[in-house]
Write a protein that binds this ligand. Sequence first.
Ligand SMILES: Cc1ncc(COP(=O)(O)O)c(C=O)c1O
Length: 444
Amino acid sequence: MTSDDLAAAPAPVLVTEIPGPQARRVLERDAATTSPSLPRVYPFVPARGAGSVVEDVDGNRFLDLNAGIAVASTGHCHPRVVEAIRAQSAELIHYSASDFYLPIYSELTERLDEIAPMSGRVRSFLTNSGTEAVEAAIKLARHHTGRQYIIGFYGSFHGRSYGSLSLTASKAAYRAGFAPLLPGVLHAHYGDGRDIGFAPGSETDGFPTIDHIEGFLMTKIVPPEEVAAIVVEPVLGEGGYIVPPVGWLRALRDLCDRHGILLVCDEVQSGMGRTGKMWAVEHEGVEPDILLAGKGIASGMPLGAMIARAELMTWTKGAHGSTYGGNPVSCAAALATLDVIREEHLLENADKVGTVILEGLRDIQARRAEIREVRGLALMIGIELPDHDASAAVERRAFEKGMLLLGCGGSSVRMSPPLTFREDQARTALALFEETLAEVEAGA
Ligand SMILES: Cc1ncc(COP(=O)(O)O)c(C=O)c1O
């Protein structure tokens, strides 16, 4: 079967039991020699992928609603991305952009300047991952403001290196055993404050969670003039695919402006078109001071970006660097990704196909009481189920039926397929999802 056939496949095809014999061999070797910290969720062993379909080592074909965890923005192995990687790797695989000048590095930073949701000029620092982009933002914010404190949000996920982990507050397991974390990091309540049962606010009567930051955190714990930055995911990712109420991000922006605090928007997961706009902040017309990108930026090659208003980049030579960050092959993949998103109208597609899925899920919700909430924007969709056991069972059963889903938050599953996801695939996914719910309920 060619890659084109694989990408065109209308539905999953299972040719062996799951996991099959080849997969079981890999799992055995893996269990003996890899770090047990890897948070594997089900025994999926991919061998190749095309578009939104992935084939495992036994030849079973899955519909991929994970996109390699919101990474394969242009689908798996988009021919233009593959060609860009091939061409660049035949020319130059590596030279450290920290120490010398790579043409493709500044070609990409120039493109990021064009697409950044900030009105003035921006400068970018390229990294290998999302967590490194977060680390760079923490350093720049402290360096530029001369202030120490950083505020993050309960429920958020920013990565696992020490600075990012200190901001991450989506699961205690991520932090367990690693204290002390970075000093000077505080947490506030996200969005409508559902985590602590705040009454929902509105654009006109204010937001209790914003009032809590100013009225509590900044009066009882730390004065605002010592806060360098507030770091926020415009849509919570790992913490549950939660969209904050309309106006909340704007209120957060205003709070930052009142106190000279930098607003850092972590769009590692919500960026690059996932919500139907290039950046989720564009839904609210909010301009961050620092924007963080990763995951879908290079369709699967390791790359992240810390994008800041140019006037914030007051740090000097040697203050920050990276041997591999902005590697030329990753930059080539990112440039091809940006071209494909624009030329194949993937923002429009994400919006259109996302609407099909959201509406389809709401129809299913009307028939099935175990769906407590359907939420999301375009192809960043969360489905709240009764509890963690239910979401884990749905994730597992969907896998056994040939559809890849992933849990998020305490009791939700997420759908984050490639931005190339087609309408026919969306309808297949909806049918499989409803069958999965019924089978889980029946204890299949
Ligand atoms: C919003 C957000 N920020 C940061 C990260 C960390 O990215 P990485 O795993 O590339 O380090 C993630 C990863 O899931 C994320 O979702």
